[in-house]
Design a protein around this ligand. Structure first.
Ligand code: ARG
Length: 320
C-alpha cells in the first residue's frame, strides 16, 4: 500500500448505493428499515434521473443473521460477531465500487455500518488513486469509543475507533478483517456538529489531535465560517468521504433516530454542509445512518425527508 500522497480526485461517473440495513450495533432495532424508507420516498427515482443507471446492492451477507444467543458479548462489545460480519460485507462492497471509480452512497442501518463504508472507501480510493481520503463526520456524537471506553458496549458508538485503528481487534475473529490498508488517517478526520461526547472520547480526541467543530462553535461563528475552516483543514485536493449520522440534525428535523440530542443543526445548516462538500467536486463516498422508522412514527416522514435533502444536496441532485 502506497496510499500516503495527496492527488486530485477524478470526476465520478457513476453511482453505487449500498443498502446496509444492519442494526445490531445499536440498542434499539428499527434502523434495518432505514435504507428502504429513504430510497422508496422518491429518492431512488431522483437519483436515477440524475445519474442514469445505478448499481444497487442489497445483498445480505451470510452470517449477518447470527442468532443473538450465538453472539454473546465479547471484550466490551454487544453483538460483536454479527456486526463484524455485516460491516466486513459492507466494506468489501464499498471497496469494489470505490476502486472502480463509482461514487458510493451507503445507507444504514445503525452507525456501526460506517466501519464498513469508511474502511471500504478508504481502501478502494487508495488503490485507485493512490490517495488518502478526508473524512468529514457530521454527527451529534464523535462515535469514537473503543470497546474499553464504551459506556454502553454498543458498537454504533465505536465506528471511528475501528476505522482509524484506535480500537484494535481482540481475537475470536471479531473485526480481524480490518487491516492497515483500510484505515483512515486521523489527521484527515474532522467532525462537525457534535454535542454529546463521552469523557473518555474527549481524551481520545485530545490524544490523537483530532479536529472537532462542535455545535458551540457553529452557534458562535456560523456554519459558513466553520465550513471554511473545515475545507482549509482538509486541504484542496484529496477525495472526501462525507459520513452523516442523521442525529446531527436537531430532533425537530430528525425525530426518528435512536439517540436524540437537543440543540442540533437546522436542516438548512445540514444542507449547507452537504452543498459545500458537493461544490468541491471531490465527494467520493457518503454514508447516512441511524434513520429509524420504528421510532416516533408521526415523525418518520420528516426524518426521511431530511435524510433525502442531505443526500441530494451532497450529490448535487435537483428534482421537481
Ligand atoms: N450513533 C449513535 N447514535 N451513537 C450513540 C453513542 C452513545 C454513546 N457515546 C455510546 O458510545 O454508547
Amino acid at each position: 500500500m502506497k496510499g500516503s500522497t495527496d492527488v486530485p480526485c477524478e470526476t465520478t461517473k457513476s453511482l453505487a448505493i449500498i443498502s446496509a440495513g444492519y442494526c445490531r450495533g445499536a440498542p434499539k432495532d428499527g434502523t434495518e428499515a432505514g435504507p428502504t424508507a429513504v430510497l422508496n420516498s422518491g429518492l431512488f427515482a431522483q437519483l436515477q434521473a440524475h445519474f442514469g443507471a445505478i448499481h444497487l446492492d442489497i445483498d445480505r451477507p451470510d452470517g449477518a443473521d447470527i442468532h443473538k444467543s450465538l453472539d454473546p458479548d465479547f471484550a466490551g462489545m454487544k453483538n460483536p460477531r454479527a456486526v463484524s460480519v455485516a460491516t466486513k460485507h459492507v466494506s468489501e462492497r464499498v471497496y469494489e465500487y470505490s476502486r472502480n471509480g463509482s461514487l458510493v452512497l451507503t445507507l444504514g442501518g445503525d452507525h456501526s455500518n460506517a466501519i464498513g463504508s469508511l474502511t471500504g472507501a478508504t481502501r478502494g480510493l487508495r488503490e485507485k488513486l493512490d490517495s488518502n481520503v478526508a473524512v468529514i463526520c457530521v454527527d451529534a456524537h464523535v462515535s469514537i469509543n473503543t470497546p474499553d471506553t464504551s459506556p454502553s458496549g454498543n458498537i454504533h458508538g465505536m465506528p471511528l475507533a475501528f476505522a482509524t485503528g484506535i480500537a484494535q481487534t481482540k481475537g475470536e475473529g471479531i473485526f480481524d478483517w480490518i487491516e492497515k490498508k483500510h484505515l483512515i488517517d486521523v489527521k484527515r478526520l474532522v467532525y462537525v456538529g457534535t454535542r454529546d461526547v463521552d469523557d473518555k472520547e474527549k481524551e481520545i480526541i485530545a490524544t490523537h489531535g483530532i479536529k472537532v467543530f462542535d455545535m458551540d462553535q457553529i452557534r458562535r461563528n456560523g456554519i459558513e465560517s466553520v465550513m471554511d475552516e473545515v475545507m482549509n483543514y482538509i486541504g484542496g485536493s484529496i477525495p472526501i468521504h462525507l459520513s452523516c449520522d442523521i442525529d446531527v440534525l436537531d430532533p425537530e428535523w430528525a425525530p426518528s433516530a435512536g439517540h436524540l440530542v437537543p440543540d442540533g443543526l437546522s436542516l438548512d445548516e445540514g444542507q449547507y454542509i452537504a452543498r459545500r462538500v458537493h461544490s468541491t467536486e471531490r465527494l467520493a463516498a457518503m454514508d447516512l445512518v441511524e434513520v429509524n422508522p420504528s421510532i416516533d412514527l408521526p415523525g418518520v416522514q420528516r426524518t426521511v425527508d431530511s435524510a433525502c435533502f442531505l443526500i441530494r444536496s451532497a450529490l448535487g441532485v435537483s428534482y421537481e
